[in-house]
Design a binder for this molecule. Structure first.
Ligand SMILES: [Zn+2]
Length: 334
């Protein structure tokens, strides 16, 4: 099947769900954001955000295996004596992530959103604003829905009206400025149900995983503190079937042994494709037709020609490329 035949073929409505971790933001901005701020991953989190002087005030007696931010935060949170240090860390983290911003040029976040359709979804564990801001600046185009599983610095809440919205806007009910939304910190057994906004996001993502036809897991290391999260997502995925024929995709630079132990439980027949960068992914190679590119080989035994997103820094060029695909979406029958 040629690329053109695939673009013009009837659309499939099965959904493609993408799960993002810190590695996705690092891959999008390896040299930092628009103003050069580095995007941290868990292993260099405390160092990148300059948290060490704050942590040192607690005089924690850390074992060699407890030097990462997850363990340190866990220790601080488990002792009331460290409440003010914990608060200072939380404020520093929020301020740092709030200051991050997208460059003007097209980024992986723009490509990711433009290459999926409204039936699809992108869920992120990241607090950073990149997914939120990219969704806003491409909003003239039909995009996938987005979900923030640990909160996001750009999302505010009105506790009185139980509404959420952009942090810098006002609640439509009471006209009060939204206040900071919840951010879930790395602590074992996180609570996904206390806060209404986080609960809503989790209810939605569980339903999406259950219905998903395929998954892409991008730069998510599934740390120990997220064991509960991983289990919830895996349970939801298997509620949608035995998953013996589905293929999932992993975008990650970790070695194959590590990826196997992390993700093989999601795919009992080991139908998973590891790729090392977004450009090699199914989403980038078959933009807005990713599920179709899987279904045609499965159901008709034909390989589909790819039509990759253009390699460009220009956001208008990228939007123009996908707008041609969208024209087809508007004319071909469902
Ligand atoms: Zn309100």
């Amino acid at each position: 099947m040629t690329a053109k035949e695939l673009i013009d073929a009837p659309l499939d409505q099965h959904s493609h769900v993408v799960l993002l971790g810190a590695g996705a933001s690092r891959a999008a901005f390896p040299d930092g954001d628009a103003s050069g701020l580095l995007v941290p991953v868990m292993r260099d989190f405390a160092q990148t955000l300059g948290l060490q002087p704050i942590i040192d005030k607690a005089h924690l007696d850390l074992e060699p295996g407890e030097q990462n931010f997850e363990c340190i935060y866990d220790r601080l949170a488990s002792n009331q004596e460290h409440a003010s240090i914990k608060g200072e860390i939380e404020r520093t983290v929020r301020d740092y992530f709030s200051a991050l911003s997208l460059p003007v040029r097209a980024t992986i976040y723009d490509s990711l959103l433009l290459a999926l359709r409204p039936k699809d979804a992108v869920a992120t564990f990241n607090w950073d604003p990149f997914l939120f801001d990219a969704h806003r600046r491409n909003c003239g185009i039909p995009l996938p829905q987005i979900l923030f599983l640990h909160g996001c610095v750009r999302i505010g809440v009105c506790r009185g009206c139980e509404k959420t919205g952009p942090r810098n806007e006002q609640c439509p009910e009471c006209s009060q400025q939204f206040s900071d939304g919840p951010l879930l910190y790395p602590i074992r057994h996180k609570n996904y149900s206390d806060d209404p906004y986080i609960r809503e996001s989790w209810d939605a993502v569980k339903s999406l995983f259950k219905q998903a036809f395929t998954l892409t897991i991008f730069g998510y290391g599934a740390p120990e503190s997220d064991e509960d999260a991983k289990s919830l997502l895996m349970d939801s995925w298997f509620q949608g079937g035995t998953r013996e024929v589905e293929t999932i995709e992993i975008i990650d630079t970790a070695d194959s042994t590590c990826l196997h132990s992390r993700w093989s439980p999601f795919t009992p027949t080991l139908h998973y494709d590891p790729v090392r960068c977004f450009e090699q992914s199914r989403i980038a190679r078959w933009p807005r037709r990713s599920t179709e590119s899987l279904l045609h080989p499965m159901s008709k035994g034909v390989v589909c020609g790819a039509f990759p997103l253009p390699k460009t820094d220009s956001l208008p060029k990228l939007q123009d490329y996908v707008s041609r695909l969208i024209q087809k979406e508007n004319t071909i029958s469902l």
